[in-house]
Design a protein around this ligand. Sequence first.
Ligand code: AMP
Ligand code: ZN
Ligand code: FE
Ligand code: FE
Length: 272
Amino acid sequence: MKKIDLHVHTNYSDGIYSPREVFEFAKESDHSVISITDHDNLDGYRNAIKIAKEMDIELIPGVEISCLHKDKDVHILAYYLDPDNKEINELLSVIYDNRFHRANSMIEKLKEQGVHLDHDQIYERAGENNYLGRPHLAWALIENGYCKNKYEAFEKYLGEHCYAYVPKASPTVERIIEAIRNAGGVSVLAHPYTLRNDDHIYEIIKFGIDGLEVFYAKCNDETVLHYNDIAQSNMLIRTGGSDFHGEGLDLEIFKNYSAPEFVLEELKSKRR
Ligand code: AMP
Ligand code: ZN
Ligand code: FE
Ligand code: FE
């Protein structure tokens, strides 16, 4: 049985481990296929190419792209896209570059609430490639004693419902699905349950999404079955992954998780 994980983050976005460390864990736990799907950039994937070869693990090109649908943050996974495609790289640069400005805006809004975070401290925590996301702000909130843990940081300060939340400058889901297709890639709606609204899922299906991340490691069986039904009745492919970032129980989940083997056949059937 092949062990497969199609959703993994590194410290080229908001994961805590480097691509080499991730592949060392993957080797220890006998994984055969991994996709590095960092947020809004392909640097983690590029960095992993040589390491994957050395370790004899199949690496599938991937990225998890931040998009907006009806003002909500939606994540689209892209697989097998041409990593040098100009249109995709331009779109990713816009989302990625805006993260600095957005982090500064969030730091300012936190200040208005009496929460003082030091810019330099946050920039020190940024990813290998200076990637800045809400998890980096969460770590600073915890380290400075404003919150006990990440859950509290998102509940009180960083969640979409919070005063200090600033949306990313993300393109629409429709635009991203089109760009992934133009780059020869396969588009998959990540962790569909986080949309909390199946109407939105049907709208995204109409935009031409190729698949749903049905076998998401952090979902219960009932949720998996629900999205499996939606995928199958709409002729969509199914993928799965652990969404490994590295904290808390993540490493245990990563080591024990595998998507069913058929996800690879389904994914490869949509390769352009
Ligand atoms: P950003 O792209 O900067 O808006 O950050 C989004 C990332 O923050 C997600 O990919 C998760 O890694 C993390 N995240 C979002 N919501 C939560 C939450 N409630 N608790 C912990 N982590 C979260
Ligand atoms: Zn993340
Ligand atoms: Fe995500
Ligand atoms: Fe993710």
